[in-house]
Write a new protein. Sequence first.
Length: 44
Amino acid sequence: MKEGVMMSAEFVVYFGLFFYLVIFSFMVAVVILLYKIYKAIKEK
C-alpha cells in the first residue's frame, strides 16, 4: 500500500511539473504573438 501511495505522489509531482511546463510555454507563445501583432500595428 505504501509503495502505491509513493507512486501516486510521484505521479502527481511529475504531472504538476508537466502541466506547469505546458501552461508556461503557452503563455510565452501568447506573449510572442501579441508582441508581433503590436509591432505590425505600430509599423502601419
